[in-house]
Design a binder for this molecule. Sequence first.
Ligand code: ZN
Length: 129
Amino acid sequence: MICKHCNKEINLNYYITVRDRLIETSRCFECDFWVNMVRADRLPANDARFIVTPEYQHYRIGDSQSKVAAHRGSYGRTFIVTWLDTTRMAVKTNDLWSQGEIPERHRHRFTPNGSPKEAPLKRRQTHAT
Ligand SMILES: [Zn+2]
């Protein structure tokens, strides 16, 4: 079975629900992943949460309330997200999830909108202030 997007043979060695979806949509796993990413980005709940950098790295800002840094995206490291639309306020997050680089054949589906930059590490506080 050939992927309708990239014409590569579709690997069907996935869990049955994934395999069935790939068969039904005639997509390989990678094309399915990015087509679904576009859909997810367009959900109202994700409207202000996804980031596509000019280099086509895709990120999503999570909403974890976990106090355990390792349970948050990027191990809880702090990032400042700035937007290409400079009227939009920068966002500070300690829950940034990377989905990786958007393959070239799927870039036309996405519009770069901003970039996260890791905030400088603060010196660890030894007592509460
Ligand atoms: Zn494909």
